[in-house]
Design a protein around this ligand. Structure first.
Ligand SMILES: CC(C)(COP(=O)(O)OP(=O)(O)OC[C@H]1O[C@@H](n2cnc3c(N)ncnc32)[C@H](O)[C@@H]1OP(=O)(O)O)[C@@H](O)C(=O)NCCC(=O)NCCS
Length: 397
């Protein structure tokens, strides 16, 4: 019996949720949690055999910030799974190819959060055109009984009702960064009361740092209901005014004062990364890291969102070429000349998500140019400047 590959329909909800709960046994979702998760900005690719789903790629649509001036439409893959007896037969790769095709015209990039670079699962994504654009390390902080002044733990209703101060602190801390979904009023409340509570059953605690009676930082600490009471807590989000490392340190120590180890996940370009030095914690090796992996679904539409106008290139048609495809990044009305950026697919993911120093990549011959004149590499680097990416665990789902 051949496997049918198709887009998800609402009637798939129960069997697909059951299939994926059987694969991701450590984080089962309730049917209600799935229904809420899948109610908006959601689709999936489904593989069906004998009328039963045997594989699925759930996809959440997010407006995702590549850089402060560049937001793309991303489809984020989660809980990608194929029934165990059907693995290694190309079902997962076929689903990836079909998803890329049915998402044409509906988004700019595919994204996935993935750990364990040496695993089969990682290779599966890499083989299917999703490439690393950021590395997330997990730091484990030991419990402490140090007394931290100025930190107050807020009741959930009080924290979640006050939205504006946290958003302001978030933008103060990460305004120059990318790597996360667009933030707006109600963002934390929606996530905390929605997927994290209903589906993943995570209990949150909220710490606020106050100076002269004003909030200058906050930390959201998550604990899975299923884990033991002294099991590790997760920093779901940490933001401080001015990106101050001292403020971040105080909030992290307050979190460590709750009697359990605290896991904090962050990228090297995070403005708060120097806090590890302050805490005397070593930067963990890449081997245990997770990656944000990306595939460009639509070169032209992604380029329109991430390209910054540069006078030196205003009349230059800029094209891109990879061994698999080509497209236009910048199309003037009356081009005076054409310049082509030649690169591999992993570089294309980085280039269009603003994770590449183009001038340096040209100098190192990781990228080549055809039709270039002196000054073009620097002009291109100004049109697509790299941006530091940060990670917040709250964005994971
Ligand atoms: C990851 C997962 C979804 C991949 O699905 P899959 O159907 O096994 O994927 P594919 O068969 O397309 O590809 C997997 C491997 O099979 C190979 N393969 C592809 N087509 C094949 C075919 N026709 N015949 C035999 N092998 C094939 C691929 O080369 C790949 O091998 P490699 O990565 O070791 O080089 C599946 O293994 C799974 O459900 N794992 C558990 C859940 C999980 O880890 N999910 C990902 C993290 S969220």
């Amino acid at each position: 019996m051949p496997i049918e590959f198709r887009e998800y329909v609402p009637a798939d909800a129960e069997p697909v949720c059951d299939l994926l709960n059987g694969i991701f046994t450590s984080a089962p979702m309730t049917q209600e949690g799935w229904a809420a998760w899948a109610s908006a900005d959601f689709t999936a690719h489904v593989a069906v055999l004998d009328g039963e789903p045997v594989g699925a790629i759930p996809l959440c649509r997010r407006t995702y910030r590549a850089a402060p001036d560049a937001e793309v439409v991303a489809w984020v893959e989660h809980r990608v799974g194929v029934r165990e007896d059907l693995r290694d037969q190309g079902v997962g790769s076929c689903m990836q190819a079909c998803a890329k095709s049915f998402l044409q015209g509906r988004g700019d990039v595919l994204l996935v959060y993935r750990g364990a670079e040496r695993s089969d699962g990682y290779r599966f994504y890499d083989n299917n055109g999703l490439h690393d654009v950021a590395y997330i390390r997990t730091v484990s902080l030991e419990p402490t009984d140090a007394k931290i002044d100025g930190v107050r733990w807020l009741d959930p209703d009080e924290f979640l009702a006050a939205d504006a101060p946290w958003l302001a602190i978030f933008h103060h801390c990460y305004g120059h960064c990318g790597g996360f979904p667009q933030r707006g009023p109600g963002y934390l409340r929606r996530l905390v009361r929605g997927i994290w509570k209903g589906a993943i059953r995570t209990h949150m605690a909220y710490a606020v740092l106050e100076e002269a009676g004003q909030p200058t930082g906050y930390l959201v600490l998550g604990q899975r209901q299923a884990s033991p009471s002294d099991g590790p807590r997760q920093v779901m989000e940490l933001a401080v005014a001015d990106g101050s490392v001292d403020r971040a340190r105080r909030l992290l120590l307050a979190a460590c004062g709750r009697g359990a180890p605290v896991h904090y996940r962050l990228t090297a370009p995070s403005p708060l990364a120097p806090v590890l030095d302050d805490l005397g914690v070593a930067w963990p090796p890449r081997q245990g890291a997770s990656m944000i992996m990306a595939h460009v679904l639509d070169i032209e539409s992604a380029a329109r969102k991430v390209w910054r106008p540069v006078p030196a290139l205003h009349d230059v048609e800029v094209r891109v070429w990879t061994p698999l495809r080509e497209g236009v990044l910048h199309q003037p009305d009356r081009p005076a000349r054409t310049l082509t950026i030649e690169l591999k697919e992993p570089m294309l993911s980085r280039l269009l998500l603003r994770r590449l120093d183009l001038a340096a990549a040209v100098a190192e011959e990781r990228i080549t140019l055809c039709g270039a004149r002196p000054g073009d590499p620097d002009a291109l680097a100004r049109a697509l400047p790299p941006c530091p990416w940060v990670y917040h665990q709250i964005d994971y789902l």
